[in-house]
Design a protein around this ligand. Structure first.
Ligand code: R5P
Length: 300
């Protein structure tokens, strides 16, 4: 078994390799002078199984192309089977044609990945589970909820209410609520499709004096979390924490979180974390969840 890291998330790739007790495969990743991605596998892989770890994080198109090139290079060197670990499956947010004239991006990404001769894809919290149906190859979707729940079991935050910032996060919020035997409350969030601006209309219950944990799948512009935290603070909430799977680290967003009413944001490492340390950002690794899954499928 050989594990190759694309350039999107080397820290997570190293952690997965460590969990599996193997070294990362030798690979040279660079760019041609015209910006095209260049890949060179520098070790023997004939008849072996390979894992490629690559998030389709920023810049997503380039990371997608690099993943396809790594897969092609490996196949040409005689690899028997490739599993792609794609912790953040880019383009999965557009899982519907919201307005006539828009593409079904998650179907397009599935078609592209299928041309890359991958045998299996392992991904996490893909925004909408329906997208599994767009793939004709083995597709395993993992959920970071258990990893996050295990983490919160070790913390003494005295949270007394779970918050779902919209109906999309209900299932996750419900898991937290059941595990910790806490009530959960839903926020009525609205997003303007043209501007992307988020506004909070109402909350389904009384929240004054509470210590709450907001549960969601990702943070992009930060609008949802920042507006929810502002709204909750105005309603008298004492402490506001949030936990979610993916942080895209769009420039300036974590800085806005630092200045927001949020006390702490807990995210996983599906996307390469920033070098700079932030007071309100805590990263929890999902390397074990991924490596346990690889072990299960590869019987190692
Ligand atoms: C919505 O469906 C998602 O689960 C997130 O709540 C949201 O889209 C996060 O995006 P942003 O940070 O831009 O508000």
């Amino acid at each position: 078994m050989k594990i190759f890291s694309g350039s999107s998330n080397p820290d997570l790739s190293r952690k997965i390799a460590k969990q599996l007790g193997c070294q990362l495969g030798e690979i040279e990743l660079s760019q041609f002078s015209n910006g095209e991605r260049r890949v060179w596998i520098k070790e023997k892989v004939l008849n072996s199984k390979a894992i490629i770890v690559q998030s389709l994080s920023y810049p997503p198109d380039s990371h997608l192309m690099e993943l396809c090139l790594i897969a092609d290079a490996l196949k040409r060197q005689g690899v028997k089977k490739i599993t792609a670990v794609i912790p953040w499956l880019g383009y999965c947010i557009q899982d519907k044609v919201f307005r006539p004239g828009e593409p079904l991006s998650s179907k397009v990404i599935a078609m592209i990945l299928q041309t890359a001769k991958l045998e299996r894809i392992i991904t996490l919290d893909s925004h909408n589970q329906v997208i599994e149906g767009f793939f004709d190859i083995h597709f395993t979707e993992l959920f970071a909820t258990d990893t996050l729940i295990d983490y919160f079991k070790t913390q003494k935050l005295n949270i007394d209410t779970i918050i779902s910032p919209d109906v999309g996060a209900l299932k996750k919020a419900n898991r937290f609520s059941e595990t910790f035997d806490l009530p959960f409350i839903v926020i009525n969030k609205k997003r303007d499709r043209k501007t992307g601006k988020v506004s909070i209309a109402s909350v389904s219950d009384k929240v004054a004096g509470k210590k709450v944990l907001i549960v969601d799948d990702f943070i992009s512009t930060g609008g949802t979390l920042i507006q929810t935290a502002k709204f909750l603070k105005e309603k008298g909430v004492k402490k506001i924490y949030a936990c979610l799977t993916h942080h895209f680290y769009i420039p300036g967003v974590q800085e806005k979180i630092e200045k927001s009413q949020l006390d702490c944001l807990y995210v996983t490492d599906t996307v390469q974390t920033l070098e700079k340390k932030y007071q309100k950002l805590k990263v929890i690794s999902i390397a074990k969840l991924i490596s346990d899954t690889i072990r299960k499928y590869e019987k190692i």
